[in-house]
Design a protein around this ligand. Structure first.
Ligand code: FAD
Length: 391
């Protein structure tokens, strides 16, 4: 097994690190304070290829491999998880859903714009009443029999509410999952809904613990009308599309968490080697080295799990459980590392002069979204035992 990176992968990582050190790291605290990143950075990130990495060249992307994608997500997580989320939801969750399930017209229409980030997407699955239990969502899409004629199928009319939707107030297109029959998860269908459609409203959720630079919204759909050509995949396939897409999304979260652990490690080493107590650098105390050693091992272990998952995707092999393991371990490691990094910094870690408090606030959601740690354990447990805890 070859764990070394190719020259291209090294080069992309260096380019990404250099760009983010210049364009994101100096501003991340301000964005966090303002509760919005400066969106002027988005087209510059797109120029570098962040948004098009896994979109094929024929649709305006870079057509890169998933190990490179994992490296990009790690660098984004190290710099600012708010930026990482913008990319991994818009070109990741939405772009990949379109790439794998869209018609040729849908791919031509949306993928080049998502790769160039001239349009942003959001992924509307969670609802006030259904988070982990997404298969029971209640937003509803019904056909309007008064429309459609000849070969044209009738329009769909969508009603419902979505909660905690990343990019919600910034997105041009929302991938909305809605119920088209009462057949449980098999009764859900996916739709590409332009956010300027009459009856569509996005309201920003403010006051989040972390990821404050990222827009998170509540979506309201009131008699939103879309043509049948806005349907993504077959009727009733929506839940399968969502779950398949989230498997790849979990690689992005896991890799972003590797970046958080790495950032905590670097910040802690820098602080511990210059901060002196009892006449010595605190890095010379074994109990401080214990905290740093744990971060170092967590960074390696989380990165290897993420790369294993990325490599499986690149080789076309099943990767769902590997994605769950990487996401579970890396997200828990990110919380642990950020918490320990604050310990290394003492009181200085509790204020925003150093990045570690923000790392902890940003890390906290990673064990919750795209499937909580408990849900990842149920998926891994199902794989090991052959018995599903989901009914
Ligand atoms: P619940 O499902 O109510 O879970 C509450 C607790 O119960 C958790 O600890 C959970 O693990 C536990 N639990 C639930 N079921 C079980 C079970 N069967 N066994 C054991 N324990 C269980 N959603 C989107 O669709 N798109 C987005 O872009 C998006 N972005 C988000 C951004 C942020 C900042 C946040 C906070 C959330 C986002 N979400 C998004 C929603 C996120 O995916 C959900 O919050 C998550 O899936 C958990 O659902 P919930 O909050 O309803 O918690």
């Amino acid at each position: 097994m070859d764990l070394s990176l190719t020259e291209e992968q090294h080069a992309f990582r260096a380019l990404a690190r250099d760009f983010l050190e210049r364009e994101a790291v100096p501003h991340r605290m301000q964005w966090d304070h303002d509760e919005s990143v400066d969106l002027a950075i988005v087209p510059r990130m797109a120029e570098l290829g962040f948004f098009g990495l896994t979109i094929p060249e024929e649709y305006g992307g870079v057509g890169g491999d998933y190990v490179t994608y994992s490296l990009a997500m790690e660098e984004l997580g190290r710099a600012d998880s708010a930026l990482r989320g913008i990319v991994s939801v818009s070109s990741g969750l939405v772009g990949k859903s379109i790439l794998f399930h869209g018609t040729e017209e849908q791919k031509q229409e949306w993928l080049p714009q998502l790769a160039a980030a001239t349009r942003l997407g959001c992924f509307g699955l969670t609802e006030p009443g259904t988070g982990s239990d997404a298969g029971n969502l209640t937003s509803r899409a019904t056909r309007d029999p008064s429309t459609g004629s000849g070969h044209a199928a009738p329009d769909w009319v969508i009603n419902g509410q979505k909660l905690f939707i990343t990019n919600g107030t910034w997105a041009d297109v929302a991938l909305v999952f809605a119920r088209t029959s009462d057949d449980g998860p098999r009764g859900i269908t996916a739709f590409l809904v332009p956010t300027d459609s009459p009856g569509f409203e996005a309201r920003e959720i403010t006051g989040k613990l972390g990821l404050r630079g990222q827009a998170t919204a509540e979506l309201f759909l009131h008699d939103v009308r879309v043509p049948d050509s806005a349907r993504l995949g077959e009727v009733g396939q929506g839940f399968k599309i969502a779950m398949g897409t989230l498997d790849k999304g979990r690689l992005a979260v896991a890799s972003g968490c590797v970046g958080i652990v790495q950032g905590c490690l670097e910040a802690s080493v820098a602080y511990a080697t210059q901060r002196r107590q009892f006449g010595r650098p605190i890095a010379s105390f074994q109990l401080v080295q214990d905290l740093i050693a744990d971060m170092s091992v967590d960074a390696d272990a989380a990165r290897l799990l993420a790369w294993r998952c990325a490599d499986l995707i690149d080789r076309g092999e099943p990767y769902g459980v590997a994605a769950s393991k990487a996401k579970l371990f890396a997200s828990e490691a990110a919380v642990r590392a950020a918490n320990n990094a604050i310990q290394v910094h003492g009181g200085a870690g509790y204020v925003d002069d150093f990045p570690v408090a923000k790392y902890l606030r940003d890390a906290r959601v990673m064990t919750l979204y795209e499937g909580t740690s408990q849900i990842q354990k149920l998926l891994i447990g199902r794989d090991e035992t052959g018995i599903s805890a989901f009914v």
